[in-house]
Design a protein around this ligand. Structure first.
Ligand SMILES: [Zn+2]
Length: 432
């Protein structure tokens, strides 16, 4: 055994029975969980978790990490106003090196906040993936597709070429295991013909798909005017849903859309923070789950929700249910699962991460409970959703590799990164 995490006050397993274990030890061998119990088998390294809660690493199922450089850039606007401000800023600075820098920053923020996996859609995925892997994150990226040449300057044919090269690029970079993804932006930026082509490539190379679907009512109206269909119907009719697909947002899915998504095995990355801030609407979290859809939680980008804090996202997800329905409809276990095992299901990693079970990869976080705001503990899930915060996360492991030690990255120097970021964003000054 390589590591034994001993004497944890609690372990929130997110296993099938939603067990919360007490006074428990967790062993890690070759990056995987090899022991859960109350004995103390010998190990090369012992981590004393007295007074701590161990949980599965949180999974952010929809984000754009490179945009962390635009935190606070666009305030007081809806999605349309947001896109105008952000696209101008991106045009000014987002070359390949800058995308990598922004993703390094986002990956570090995520890990220090207890998030071990992110579903990231952004320009220059080779560069972003390199940056995130350097910091130690399980970073799901993929080639992106728009009908028009984007800021990356790629023509459609080049995007297709990149998609075919993606698996080789991933192998070159290495890092924790991720599924292969293709990421067409949405049904309002990609024509049905082009989406059909992306779906075909996904089938050929065994990739999954991540795209924005029904984030706002305006998007639904726009797509209906063009095609007399909902975005979900466009996905179905172009073959996108013939491969496992995750919808970013899914705020305005109709009952019929949910039925389609459920029957096709599509999942949703629910981003309550971004949806509340941009006034996009209140997603129907419980209805989607009842329809049989795997719903994970996500932050969206730091340009629209200002941070990558999955603890605040859990809290907002619960508040949205209380507001749309009633406090009695808030099932706290379902909220914790949406940040762990259900998010793992949503992104296609449920066989590897998202729960504390023997055989799973050891993506784990330690939360220090020795704090005034975490005392007493009457209900562990309520503690996680409503009281704990990312500052309580002390240590983080990804595939058994300790990437955060006592609130500090073991991979990169924070002060140096902050300096590089502040230097680079000076290029935005003329746009202010
Ligand atoms: Zn998004």
């Amino acid at each position: 055994m390589d590591i034994l995490i001993t004497n944890a006050r609690y372990a929130v397993t997110s296993n099938e029975k939603n067990e919360i274990l007490e006074n428990v030890s967790i062993g890690i061998t070759d990056g995987k969980i090899s022991y859960i119990g109350t004995d103390t088998p010998s190990a090369k390294k012992v981590y004393d978790a007295a007074g701590k809660l161990i949980a599965p690493g949180l999974i952010n199922s929809h984000t754009h990490l490179g945009m962390t450089l635009l935190r606070g850039w666009s305030e007081g606007v809806n999605l349309q106003g947001f896109l105008e401000l952000v696209w101008a800023a991106e045009g000014a600075i987002m070359d390949e090196a800058t995308c990598e820098l922004g993703t390094e920053l986002g990956a570090l923020e995520a890990l220090l906040s207890g998030t071990t996996t992110t579903m990231d859609m952004y320009l220059n995925p080779v560069a972003t993936h390199r940056g995130a892997v350097r910091v130690g994150l399980r970073h799901i990226a993929g080639p992106i597709f728009f009908d028009f040449p984007g800021l990356d300057g790629l023509q459609w044919e080049q995007r297709i070429e990149r998609a075919h090269q993606w698996k080789d690029e991933l192998a070159k970079i290495g890092g924790p295991y991720i599924p292969t993804y293709l990421m067409p932006h949405s049904t309002y930026t990609d024509s049905p013909e082009n989406l059909t082509q992306v779906a075909q490539i996904a089938k050929e190379i065994g990739a999954r798909i991540h795209l924005h679907v029904s984030e706002t009512e305006a998007e639904n109206t726009d797509v209906a005017q063009r095609y007399s269909k909902t975005p979900t119907e466009v996905c179905r009719d172009t073959g996108i849903l013939d491969v496992p697909t995750i919808f970013g947002h899914g705020v305005h899915l109709s009952d019929s859309d949910m039925k389609i998504a459920s029957s096709k095995g599509a999942s949703v990355g629910h981003c309550p923070g971004s949806n509340l801030k941009l006034g996009s609407g209140l997603a129907r979290f419980n209805d989607m789950r009842k329809a049989g859809i795997a719903v994970g939680l996500g932050t969206d980008s730091c340009a629209s929700s200002n941070d990558l804090d999955m603890f605040s996202v859990m809290r907002m997800a619960a508040h949205v249910v209380a507001l749309r329905q009633s406090p009695a409809d808030v099932d706290l276990t379902s909220i914790v699962r949406a940040a762990t095992i259900e998010a793992a299901r949503a992104v296609g990693l449920a066989d590897r991460v998202g729960s504390i079970e023997v055989g799973k990869e050891a993506d784990l976080i330690a939360i220090d409970l020795q704090a005034a705001h975490l005392t007493p503990v009457h209900n562990v899930n309520a503690l996680l959703v409503f009281a704990a915060g990312r500052g309580d996360v002390t240590d983080v492991w990804v595939a058994g590799d300790q990437v955060v030690d006592n609130r500090t990255s073991t991979k990169i120097d924070l002060a140096g990164l902050i300096k590089r970021v502040n230097e680079r964003v000076k290029a935005l000054d003329p746009l202010r």
